[in-house]
Design a protein around this ligand. Structure first.
Ligand SMILES: [Zn+2]
Length: 364
């Protein structure tokens, strides 16, 4: 994708719908887009698809990585069948596969994310993995999703851990966009930040701090309260606008560096990004009061504040150095500024972990 730093760019999904049993509205959008859907469904949603009668449409249950082999095979399977729209019902991988396949076939795409663990369903890109599940590249689609349909009940059914991880991913937008603006770096659409995206960054941080704990507590009790609904919308809509039009920086670079470690890859994206945010605060010498506020928030809602909580507690200094090298070579890191060294990254991650551990020791 070309760079357009003379332009401010944001993309948006065509339609956004959210409600407690919103999946029942799916059919009207299928009909709106030609009435010939192909459904990609995560196996845990089999009951839901049957209950609403969507199994009358051609569909398949899929639990595969979002890699080119899977996407290409799917495209070959459904090409020339007169489908008008692909519907993805599932987590991040299903929605990314659905978006990429629809793009290749020039079909409409409707997404029904069943977790709010990241803003993947919002964006006009798919994260492509290798067949062994290692992040490989980002594929940019021609269009944003046509419909983003959020069913609060389904998303809450995925459990608190996913909702909290989504808050970890959303927590990053404010700090990363600020880094991009400070250093004149591009947003995720290779252009200048829109003011709308920057306003969403402020909104995300304020709303997470205000409603995050309330939403987590309600989700634990399996109750859909206004706070839960607000946070689901934030994780999938506001954070989407914010990250795509605002830009990524150190927190995601640190996530990408840490995921060279197989143990870390077993944690959710937003959980690792949250540790990236804490490291970013140390890297940028954030105001101590702000740092304290963010640690407190993470501790309260159960986001990781130490390396041990993302499976990297036994890392030797040599391995941490390797991670810091990987972070350094990640292009997002330099959205934070051009003068950051490998040592700075190493120190920031060590300091983030030490502060997390110290605070836990004091709390005991
Ligand atoms: Zn993310």
């Amino acid at each position: 994708m070309e760079s357009h730093m003379d332009l401010r760019i944001s993309y948006f999904p065509g339609k956004f719908i959210q409600g407690n049993h919103a999946v029942k509205e799916l059919d009207q959008f299928i009909q709106l887009f030609g009435g010939r859907p192909y459904l990609l469904v995560t196996p845990s949603m089999k009951r839901v698809v049957e209950e609403y009668g969507y199994d009358r449409y051609d569909h398949e249950f899929m639990r595969r990585p979002c890699c080119w082999k899977v996407i290409d095979e799917l495209v070959e399977r459904i090409r020339d069948q007169d489908y008008t729209v692909i519907v993805g019902i599932g987590g991040g991988k299903i929605v990314d596969i659905a978006k990429a396949a629809a793009d290749k076939l020039d079909l409409k795409v409707i997404l029904v994310p069943t977790v709010a663990a990241s803003s993947a369903a919002f964006s006009a890109c798919s994260v492509i993995y290798t067949e062994d599940n290692i992040e490989e590249s980002v594929y940019y689609e021609k269009h944003s999703p046509d419909v983003l349909l959020l069913d609060n009940s389904l998303i809450m059914g995925a459990g608190t851990r996913h909702l909290v991880a989504g808050m970890g991913d959303a927590l990053a937008v404010y700090f990363e966009a600020k880094g991009c603006v400070r250093s004149g770096a591009e947003n995720s659409l290779h252009a200048k930040q829109t003011f709308c995206a920057l306003a969403m960054c402020d909104y995300c941080l304020d709303t997470l701090l205000q409603y995050g704990l309330e939403a987590k507590t309600a989700c634990d009790k399996k109750t859909i309260t206004p706070a839960v609904e607000r946070i689901i919308e934030l994780n999938l809509l506001s954070a989407g606008i914010a990250f795509e039009g605002g830009g990524l920086a150190a927190a995601h670079a640190i996530h990408n560096g840490l995921t060279i470690l197989p143990k870390v890859r077993q944690y959710l994206h937003g959980e690792v990004v949250a540790f990236g945010v804490l490291s970013e605060l140390h890297l940028t010498h954030a105001d101590p009061e702000e740092t304290d506020r963010i640690y407190t928030f993470c501790e309260k809602i159960g986001l990781p504040t130490t390396l041990a909580q993302i499976g990297a507690g036994d890392m030797t200094p040599e391995v941490l150095k390797e991670v810091a090298q990987a972070v350094y070579h990640d292009p997002y890191l330099h959205h934070e500024g051009s003068d950051i060294t490998v040592e700075d990254i190493y120190d920031a991650m060590s300091a983030a972990d030490a502060m997390g551990r110290d605070r836990k020791a004091v709390a005991k």
